[in-house]
Ligand binder design. Structure first.
Ligand code: SAH
Length: 352
């Protein structure tokens, strides 16, 4: 059985026909779920009885194990559970006139980045594109603002699950109506996946998690660096930039005394020259995780690092951390609290 958001337009047409309904019902259903972005139960132009039969024919892939609110109600995190028991998280970040959803592409992750909570926990399984879409649409149901941006920065390595992720991108563009540039695929540097992304029809935004200016340091933080060293990753990123004409973003988690020296900013800037469209470095203060001893760089040090990059003509910004009060910040997803003990309402005082 296909899940509610795994069903394509053709699948919906078949299911509606099977239920003995006229074809225009499938169009109403598709419009309600994707263009209007409403939950099935709220599609009141379909009879209550039909909605109930559709709900049976098109089950959701996830049940919510928990929902937490932080940042005075502007950040929401969901912990979802699939029928097989896999758990993934989704974060909604609201802004005054729009919203961004941070989605998971896998349950767990095999990349084992040493500072990342998901990497510390290991790999469970890939998500399918319906499970990816469902995270975004159910986050939309919880957001008064229209979701305009999707970032693949939740759990998992999107370019280790390329088919499902690219299919989800296509459906986000075609069905949900997001602009390709507002979809960001963040990778630790899986070079073959980056090449597939360059061949992909949509010019989505590419973000590359670099975290170090040299391989000696990077391979301690990102084990995949041994397979795809910085030169190979930057080569694939340059190719992406020139094929798509899109500026590439680099993510850099600032770790006190490890990768935040001004000389490391100089070395990083030198490696980032010669990109078509320029580059942009996103500096993220490290979020502490249980399995990694490092701390976040102090604010002044991150600012000095950003200035050093800018002095070389590399754009840099310091990412505002959202969701730290509900463990929804980068790399913290599904951390600290053992399954089953993570209950809603932990931060109830933060709810709107
Ligand atoms: N696998 C993808 C998506 C991972 S999450 C990737 O590696 O890009 C998105 C970003 O959060 C990545 O840049 C990741 O390195 C970063 N991140 C992970 N753990 C973090 C932590 N503890 N503190 C700060 N950033 C972290």
């Amino acid at each position: 059985m296909t899940s509610r958001y795994g069903a394509t337009r053709d699948d919906l047409a078949r299911i509606v026909e099977h239920l003995g309904e006229p074809p225009y019902r499938a169009r109403q259903l598709h419009e309600g779920l994707y263009e209007l972005r409403r939950p099935l139960e709220a599609l009141t132009n379909l009879s209550k009885d039909l909605r109930a039969r559709l709900a049976d024919a098109l089950p959701l892939a996830f049940t919510a194990d928990a929902e937490q609110h932080g940042d005075h109600g502007m950040t929401t995190k969901w912990l979802w559970r699939a029928a097989d028991g896999s758990q993934v998280e989704t974060v909604l970040m609201r802004y005054p006139d729009r919203a961004t959803v941070c989605v998971s592409s896998q349950a767990g992750c095999a990349m084992a980045c040493t500072f990342c909570a998901t990497g510390q926990a290991g790999f469970e399984r890939h998500l399918d594109s319906g499970e990816i879409l469902e995270q975004i649409l159910r986050a939309q149901h919880g957001s008064p603002e229209r979701v305009s941006n999707v970032v693949f920065m939740g759990m998992g390595e999107p370019l280790a699950n390329t088919d499902a992720v690219l299919d989800a991108c296509t459906r986000l563009h075609d069905d949900v109506g997001l602009s390709a540039r507002h979809i960001t695929v963040s990778t630790v540097g899986v070079v073959p996946g980056m090449e597939s992304l360059a061949d992909f029809a949509l010019p989505v935004t590419l973000a590359v998690s670099l975290h170090a200016p040299d391989d000696a340091l990077r391979e301690r933080l990102v084990p995949l660096d041994r397979r795809y060293p910085i030169d190979a990753v930057l080569g694939a990123a340059r190719e992406y930039a020139s094929r798509k004409g899109r500026r590439v973003t680099f993510e850099y988690a600032c770790i006190d005394g490890v990768n935040d020296h001004p000389a490391q900013a100089d070395a990083l800037a030198r490696r980032l020259l010669g990109f078509r469209g320029g580059t942009h470095v996103n500096l993220i203060p490290l979020n502490p995780t249980g399995g990694f001893p490092g701390r976040a760089s102090p604010r002044a040090r991150i600012e000095a690092f950003a200035s050093a990059l800018r002095a070389h003509g590399v754009q840099a910004s310091i990412r505002q951390n959202r969701g730290t009060d509900i463990d929804a910040a980068c790399g913290q997803l599904r951390s600290r609290i053992a399954p089953g003990t993570w209950t809603p309402g932990r931060s109830a005082t933060m709810a709107p």
